[in-house]
Design a protein around this ligand. Structure first.
Ligand code: HEM
Length: 489
């Protein structure tokens, strides 16, 4: 049993199954945080003998995932998801090595902070269209956010503009996400029998009991189609000479690219839309929730914007430095939401020792981002939405611990490559929503206020179910500004 090897503290495992009974795959971040309170900064469990480690502080995550990055950046072998269903081409599932480094470099070259200004016109066009839809049918706000995250991503990645809710490329993106989240990765949190007994990969598909292979073959077709179709669309537009500036055209350049580079561009493009849709959905729906629950913060942010623009125009990215309270609202929103509360698991590549305890090779490492963003020692009243906490003067060490950018995007060599893009896009959409819309609690037929309830049914992202709320334009003039901007974009 792994406990005998002087592993870090954690709940006592049972023979063979280890800590299986301690786990809950729904809201695992809350369970992991309760373990942190009981056992400390680093907590170790095992599942059928395989180690699972939770890093509960910024220091522990930095010590291992960043300073010891060369051995903490691998991904677990996922036979069903990665090898049989073809997801190994998607960077978030790629094993650590040369192929992974190639994909990473490619993404960084197009998504580094220096490239973000070139995406501005696309971000603005998508933001204005989204505001218009919110004004027209506010009761469908969750669908509008979904459509915004999907169409913004298709536009940035492929230069493809979505014009209707049932757009075929949007449907394709949704199909891929549904397949990944609800089918391939749903069985026991993504673990299939073939992951435990990899030799099953070689059994013929027609054998009874090999249904997983037939499923995998069908799902692989869907995954590949999700990557091929939009990429082929960009290539055709490039040939026709009417391709828009986007991630793919930026990397394809004017000269012919070799087959390998083209393959890498296609799959990183695919990874981008998979990775951005649910994270945006989670963050933006929590933003609305925060505005509904904390109207004083909303009013303060609106007053700051009005003082700058005089209500005569929409805020633009150039206004950012002049709007410190709006900046604090964005930071608090990322902290309060913690969109990916346990990050994505890394795999330790060799035995390691930390704080005198052994961590065995193969251990899955989770950064407990939820705990870091809700640690009462760092954030007073962590459950409350308080943007003012970022405006206090504090020393550098505390400022780093309090800065959500230090952890909500993960750590080390696998840290989110889309963080600069997410930052620019979220700032713009939130500033424009604050400038033009009011968010309030809904009322029922008798006029009584309905308190929004948060329900979460996703194991990886904190996507809330739609909650009742009232969204309305701040004024006739605000409506007009949105309309003009949406038509002009
Ligand atoms: C609010 C928005 C977002 C949040 C909070 C977020 C957060 C994260 C986190 C926590 C990880 C795991 C990092 C780790 O393993 O340590 C990650 C990975 C990733 N993210 Fe994001 N993300 C966001 C938006 C985006 C966007 C817009 C893109 C694409 C343009 C993107 C692309 C990716 C990719 C490709 C990975 C996998 C990286 C790898 O395994 O090497 N993300 N993200």
């Amino acid at each position: 049993l792994q406990r005998r090897k002087n592993t870090p503290p954690g709940p006592r495992p049972l023979p063979l199954i280890g800590n299986l009974l301690d786990f809950s795959f729904q809201r695992l971040w809350l369970r992991a945080t309760a373990w942190a309170d009981q056992y400390g900064d680093v907590v170790y469990l095992n599942l059928f003998g395989r180690g699972v480690l939770f890093l509960n502080t910024l220091d522990a995550a930095a010590d291992l995932l960043e300073k010891r990055g060369p051995i903490y950046s691998d991904k677990p072998r996922m036979v069903m998801c990665a090898e049989l269903c073809g997801c190994e081409n998607i960077i978030a599932f790629a094993r650590y090595g040369d192929g992974f480094r190639r994909l990473r470099r490619l993404m960084q070259s197009a998504l580094g902070s220096g490239n973000i200004p070139s995406y501005r016109p696309l971000l603005q066009a998508e933001t204005y269209a989204f505001l218009q839809r919110l004004i027209d049918t506010p009761e469908n706000y969750m669908n509008h956010i979904k459509r915004f995250s999907g169409s913004q991503t298709l536009s940035i990645v492929y230069g493809y503009r979505v014009t209707t809710d049932d757009d075929p490329q949007l449907k394709r993106a949704e199909e891929t996400l549904d397949l990944l989240g609800n089918h391939i990765a749903s069985a026991g949190a993504g673990v299939w029998l073939v992951d435990v007994l990899p030799f099953l990969k070689y059994v013929p598909s027609w054998l009874p009991g090999a249904g997983f292979k037939r499923k995998a073959a069908a799902w692989k077709t869907v995954i590949e189609r999700g990557a091929d179709e939009p990429f082929q669309w960009v290539k055709n537009s490039m040939k026709a000479g009417n391709a828009a500036m986007c991630y793919c055209t930026m990397l394809m350049g004017k000269d012919a690219v070799d087959e390998k580079r083209e393959y890498d561009i296609k799959w990183t493009a695919n990874a981008m839309y998979i990775a951005s849709i649910d994270t945006f959905l989670t963050t933006m729906s929590h933003f609305i929730l925060a505005m509904v629950k904390y109207p004083a913060a909303m009013r303060k942010a609106q007053a700051e914007i009005d003082a700058l623009t005089g209500g005569r125009r929409l805020p633009s990215p150039d206004d950012r430095a002049a709007l410190p309270y709006v900046e604090a609202v964005l930071r608090e929103c990322l902290r309060w939401t913690a969109p990916v509360p346990l990050g994505l698991p890394h795999r330790l590549m060799e035995d390691d020792v930390y704080q005198g305890r052994t961590i065995p090779e193969g251990t899955l490492i989770f950064a407990n981002i939820w705990r870091m963003t809700h640690d009462p020692a760092v954030f007073v009243d962590p459950e409350a939405f308080i943007p003012e906490r970022y405006l206090e003067a504090v020393d550098d060490a505390i400022a780093k611990k309090r800065d959500p950018w230090s952890y909500v995007f993960g750590f080390g060599r696998r840290k989110c490559p889309g963080s600069h893009l997410a930052d620019a896009s979220l700032w713009l959409v939130m500033a424009c929503m604050l400038a033009t819309l009011d968010f309030e609690k809904a009322t029922d037929a008798s006029g009584a206020t309905i308190e929004p309830q948060q329900e979460y049914n996703n194991a990886t992202f904190r996507i809330p179910e739609q909650f009742p709320c009232k969204i309305s334009p701040r004024s006739e003039h605000a409506m007009q500004l949105v309309q003009e901007a949406a038509v002009a974009a």
